[in-house]
Design a protein around this ligand. Structure first.
Ligand SMILES: [Cu+2]
Length: 158
């Protein structure tokens, strides 16, 4: 075991330079898995970003994706993956709408709503909220009409 580890470790170190440039090329593909630590459910966006309980998670809807507004680490990030604490309280707020008609819901792993959906609206400041406690059931936050277009981000447990 130890030998295997040291070999793969050395290989990893040796590949670092090449991997870095490959990653830049791969990034252009767009389906991006963010980072290697995300083995769970595919990875829609960057992250996951660890967020403390009792934090308001504010999102902006774009034409067919979400963008983080707050807290700071997710600001400007498209479809940020979130890492949350199981059983604690979080509020997800659909604060701004850039364009289009959307809603906000939380899906389980069979794409069934466990929270929401909110009303579907094209208002610029929807101000719609979902209060939820992260669990095995809260797998991703989505816009239901644009889910198949990739308007979703993962919710992982810390
Ligand atoms: Cu949408």
């Amino acid at each position: 075991m130890a030998r295997e580890y040291s070999v793969s470790r050395r290989t990893a170190l040796k590949l670092t330079g090449a991997a870095a440039s490959t990653a830049l090329v791969a990034g252009c593909g767009g389906s991006g898995n963010g980072n290697g630590g995300n083995g769970g459910n595919g990875g829609n966006g960057e992250g996951p970003f660890e967020i403390d309980p009792d934090t308001d998670i504010e999102l902006r809807s774009l034409a067919s994706s979400w963008e983080g507004i707050a807290p700071d680490p997710i600001s400007g990030v498209e479809n940020p993956d979130l890492s949350l604490q199981e059983g604690e309280s979080y509020t997800m707020i659909w604060a701004e709408n850039d364009q289009g008609t959307h809603n906000l819901a939380i899906y389980d792993d069979s794409q069934s709503e466990v929270e929401g959906p909110t009303d579907q609206t094209d208002e610029e400041e929807p101000g719609l909220e979902l209060d939820f406690e992260p669990s095995d059931e809260t797998v991703e936050y989505v816009c239901v009409p644009h889910y198949n277009a990739g308007m979703a981000g993962n919710i992982e447990l810390q």
